[in-house]
Design a protein around this ligand. Sequence first.
Ligand code: PLP
Length: 402
Amino acid sequence: MSNEFLSERVMSIAPSPSVAANALVAQLRAEGRDIVNFTVGEPDLNTPAHIVEAARKAMETGDTHYTNTLGTPALRKAIVTKLARDNGIEYCIDEVVAGTGGKQIIFEALAATLNPTDEVIVHTPYWVSYPDITKLNGGTPVVIHGNEKNGFKLNPEELQKAITPRTKWVILNSPNNPSGAVYDAAELKALAQVLRDHPHILIMADEIYEHFVYGNEPYLSFPAAAPDLKDRTLIINGASKGYAMTGWRLGFGAGPKWLIDAIGKLLSQSTTCPSSISQAAAVAAFAGDQAPVKAMAKLYRTRRDIILVALEGIQGLTYTVPEGAFYLFVNVQGLLGKTTPEGKTLNTDGDVVQYWLEEGGVATVVGQAYGISPYVRLSFASSEEVIQDGCARIRRVCESLR
Ligand code: PLP
């Protein structure tokens, strides 16, 4: 098929690099290669049993039809319950919408609001999809470059400088994929102070990793830190990460009714509604027993500590300890300029990723995909055995560089 049939919009974006990296692992394994997969952006654990049971019951009792476009009343009630219980924020049932993953809600929210010349502020390292979803919807991503020295956190001065009359959205992501940065109350309030002076800006608070925070402070949602900005904020969250439900494709948005209605209008013309079975499962996830979520958070914290120890002392690698999510974002500047046993010089983070994959059989994602180089993202949502194996391979191939 020739590109001449494709739209300018689709030609302006790249396929999701993390999805592509994962697909490459599947391909290499099918060819018989032994690969440790550190590219995965999802829990390796199975969905908790009580959630699976709720889905089974839904199928058996005929809960198998189209639902309300915004989601079933039971699910929206469960989301409202979750937001009050976990985040201390009161929403009405008509201020929440369920989608086929949080990704769909991000997409529809931008589709519902962006006009040509509108700008969306993102901050590196950013989740790979924000700029491309912005472009697909006719907007322009405005990239603020993150700084490792301040833990890759967006600071108020940089935010202020990036704002123009055309800014429509600012996307905040805490805990951050890929850096693991988590914003505390003072940091969120400082960003809110800037945004308070710009009533033309909407705030997207992507909180999909909220359950995985490793510090002593409880997680703070953006509208809980800045309640007066709640009517300009869209929370993005979902079942994928916290409840080990990536394949169920169930996310949600919470925000002002006018925006939720507009997203609903788009959903009615696209997917109609998320799977009724996934919705029934998500009711059990959001409103049911939270013990499995707490157990998973504990496990990821242990794994984070394991990966930090396993990489200790490898020459050329430095990193900021992740405070949340399940990724380690490794600075590989110290490897650049070195030569592989085959005589190839490593010039970019892409070269490092390639070398680790070819020589070590370890798959990772290149920092450039997150808008910043030279970095490599390692997911630690894997068993201790896999983490140890992968890190030992990385150590071996790094030590063979000259
Ligand atoms: N936001 C971030 C930061 C993510 O990492 C992801 C998935 O990787 C999503 C949103 C979307 O998740 P889902 O569509 O599975 O709910």
